[in-house]
Design a protein around this ligand. Structure first.
Ligand SMILES: [Zn+2]
Length: 88
């Protein structure tokens, strides 16, 4: 039985990360950050924007390619970050 040992940085859902994922450092260990690849994509856009490695227009374009249909399930600060990029 998989136990919950991580929570998604986007939606806050609990999920299980296997030990080998936790120990894998040579490629992007998205399983240690979010529960799905889709949420990881959103996470990296917000992160790049936060550290200013991408500008708002680029972040907006990138978000336009994402499926945000479950936006209302995201953590409040994530929803606020997305709102800021899309509507300010
Ligand atoms: Zn998630």
């Amino acid at each position: 039985m998989d136990y919950i040992n991580a929570h998604c940085a986007i939606c806050g859902a609990g999920y299980h990360v296997c030990q080998s994922c936790l120990e894998t450092r040579q490629f992007k260990p998205w399983r240690t950050v979010t529960d799905t690849v889709r949420h990881y994509k959103i996470y990296s856009i917000l992160h790049d924007y936060e550290i200013r490695s991408t500008d708002r227009q680029a972040a907006r374009d990138a978000l336009a390619d994402c499926d945000l249909s479950d936006l209302n399930t995201y953590l409040p600060e994530i929803q606020a970050g997305i709102e800021e990029i899309l509507h300010s």
